[in-house]
Design a protein around this ligand. Structure first.
Ligand code: IDP
Length: 136
């Protein structure tokens, strides 16, 4: 059974030239890229994407960061794609993330952890609708 997940290569990842590295890991794993777009988010889209964090103290910072420059939005497809990409990404805190994961290899700060991946198939469906409203 195939599943879809929404992945973002966040502005820090794009700025640091990590688009190719992230996509190479995804493809090496066997996940398929079925949509891809480089864009800079407006504040409303960023707030909608991170709505579940709206009451958190770091929400303002999060929205400011994710709108700070171009990001790459991807839809990946494959068996257990949500879980498969989260395993590639590593933990939210890059310092606690194992070497060999995207965050474990490339980041030190929670706020600048290179990638986003949906945390459940339900979140994936919601997030894919935000980023690619007409595609799926
Ligand atoms: P996830 O991206 O690993 O699913 P979430 O808990 O959904 O992690 O948090 C969303 C994003 O918010 C994280 O990727 C991280 O960049 C940022 N974030 C989470 N906790 C903090 C924090 O305590 N300070 C600053 N940013 C945070």
């Amino acid at each position: 059974m195939s599943e879809r997940t929404l992945v973002l290569i966040k502005p820090d990842g794009v700025k640091r030239g990590l688009i190719g590295d992230v996509i190479a890991r995804v493809e090496r794993k066997g996940l398929k890229v079925v949509a891809m777009d480089l864009r800079t988010l407006d504040v409303d889209t960023a707030k909608a994407h991170y709505a579940e964090h709206s009451e958190r103290p770091f929400f303002g910072e999060l929205v400011e960061f994710i709108t700070s420059g171009p990001l790459v939005a991807l839809v990946l497809e494959g068996p257990r794609a949500v879980e498969a990409f989260r395993a590639l990404a590593g933990l939210t805190d890059p310092v606690k993330s194992a070497p060999g994961t995207i965050r474990g290899d490339h980041a030190l700060e929670i706020g600048e952890n290179v990638v986003h991946g949906s945390d459940s198939p339900e979140s994936a469906a919601r997030e894919i609708k935000i980023f690619f409203p007409d595609r799926f």
